[in-house]
Design a protein around this ligand. Sequence first.
Ligand code: 1CP
Length: 354
Amino acid sequence: MAELKNDLLLRALLREKVERTPLWIMRQAGRYLPEYREVRAQAGDFMSLCRNAELACEVTMQPLRRYKLDAAILFSDILTVPDAMGLGLYFAAGEGPKFERPLRTAADIKKLVLPDVADELGYVFNAVRTIRRELDGQVPLIGFAGSPWTVGTYMVEGGSSREFSHIKGLAAEDPAALSTLLDTVATTTTDYLNAQIAAGAQAVMIFDTWGAALERDDYRRFSLASMQKIVDGLTRENEGRRVPVTLFTKGAGPMLADMVGTGCDALGVDWTTTLSQAREYVQDKVALQGNLDPATLRESHEAIRQGVADTLESYGTGPGHVFNLGHGITPDIDPDNLGVLVDAVHELSPQYHS
Ligand code: 1CP
């Protein structure tokens, strides 16, 4: 395997000294890029793109050709896991993800079987190997999965949700059944991430997009506890290096303090918490990743530069910051505006590292 030429991300995630703040962008491969839309059209539909290692590799590499980013992220989705569990994932035009067979009752949950990850998700590990070969050590590759709670919301609701009425109903009426579901997803996700690591993922991230829909006790009991199970089972070293683990609960706020105890290396932060406040919550025990509001990318070049400057200043000096947005880049963003952000991080961040 080619030697890693740029390891800023891996060092920053471990709070080691760096010369400047590394950056990558959530959803950096995606619909805001015309070259992505072209390959997506060629693939036909989203899952066909994920299942084709050459095309998944191509869209993973696209943002790296345009911008000086410090990481690649595997092109896939968090919903490949429930798809592998037999729920039948599909993307209805303009409607986002949906499942043919959602889980509504305790009986549905009992019938779930642990999938053979190597069989059912082998296409993801092929993509990881293909991307690593193509990267040739340029930057590290991030693997990822959804948190059991977040993935569970889609499994029980049958698709995207705002109210989470079915899964919250399950939490209230049959918490044991919900715990069974989350345990099953956690076990599968642990195997899934370990297989990504074995195939070449050099850092992993768990996306908990909907954890903050829970009140704090339920967050701890359902979302955090199931992420803890995954962290406990992960391979933490591969190819002679530590494999850093990042947890990201969008909107976590003060729950960041609870998350440190999982033994993760880093936490993602969205824009509703300042990085200086987040740093207080975590007492510098873990690295922080974030947190510019993606909406800033719709503003002027000057406003984008100012947003970058404010984000760097809020974290302040010292190691342990990975620059990112506070959530994924949206499809309506002008790709040139992301270039302004990337250049600003390169230019303004060295002064925070002496
Ligand atoms: O038609 C398309 O091109 C579909 C858009 C799309 C893309 C580009 C989907 C469907 N998934 C993805 C890729 C994706 N999803 C990545 C790729 C790597 C990268 O960042 O470049 C990642 C990390 C995800 C993760 C993901 N999928 C999350 C967690 C992160 C987040 O943004 O909150 C979630 C919640 C999903 C579910 C999902 N998949 C796709 C969509 C549109 C959604 C969101 C649906 C919803 O809002 O409920």
